[in-house]
Ligand binder design. Sequence first.
Ligand code: G3H
Ligand code: 13P
Ligand code: ZN
Length: 355
Amino acid sequence: MPLVTMRQILEEAAKGGYGVGAFNVNNMEQIQAIMRAAEELDAPVIIQASRGALKYSDLIYLKKLMEAAVERHPDVKVALHLDHGNSPQTCKQAIDLGFSSVMMDGSLMADGKSVASYEYNIEVTAEVVEMAHKHGVSVEGELGCLGGIEDGHGAGIAIDDDSHLTDPVQAVEFVQKTGIDCLALAIGTSHGAYKTMRYDKDGKALPPRLALDRIETIEKNLEEAGYKAFPLVMHGSSSVPAELVEEVNKYGGQMKKAMGVPMEDIQFGIKRGVRKINVDTDGRIAMTAAVRKVLWTAPEKFDPRDWLKPAREALYELIKGKMKDFGQAGHGHEYQPISMADMAKKYASEAAATK
Ligand code: G3H
Ligand code: 13P
Ligand code: ZN
């Protein structure tokens, strides 16, 4: 089965009322772990690559690995998505590589750090939509900025500063003016393991304070404007499981106490229109814990397969758990994929109808 568009995956998720994990990859083991979990659970899935991942894999390796993944797992409904595209040029590069979906993150300037103006965001996002839809490729936009910067992406916004959260009124205009297929919200999440440095009196890490009520308002505003069940996206959705952090530290790691987004908060979002849930950090921690364990407990080992295999297994287990919690498990067989060429025709006829 060829790649599926993100638009179709998210529209189906909206019909079924479930969320779909969008998992970041950089290498073969991560792709294998996610595809195996998706096949075994009959789960549609989004695999995404950041600009860093494209650079790391020299573009061509990632493309070929995804071709292998699709061939090896012909029944899995999988979209290949560019995560946080920083410019129309980067999005074009991904479209040319064969991605079925791109994110134009115009909430930040092309440096991936400076906060962009609303006008700039609309301009670059609409430009990408026009280019991508001609190829049947879906587009994610982002309005408002995530917090944090520690993984190199983000504006470094303080956790208590809510001036960069998504404005529920602007959200409707942004969707109207850009023509995006799904909207990433800023509701107080951030990338990485250290989403908050809040601790209780006993030193226990506390979860980030999220503006969950905005999801509900944005969903309602979009619905009133005629965008029924418009797919929303939650970035920075790793939960940073304490047991994985402990495992890393047990075998020589030095991670600080941390807490991510509780699964209940994600499920609250899913009930209110969140359809795409971005997870990278939890997979990184799971793999690192597995690698550390091998190298710490069996220092005589030097065959990379001795630590890559447990790392792949750990990611597979983690992803399976997320797929069940997000609700995507069991839904893969429910629809037939629309080809990119047919999706391009669909976009063209939708555009003609609104003129
Ligand atoms: O955007 C954030 C993702 O976790 C990707 O991170 O840029 O280090 O690949 P990365
Ligand atoms: P986490 O760092 O919480 O996994 O978020 C990943 C993400 O949003 C990628 O776009
Ligand atoms: Zn993100």
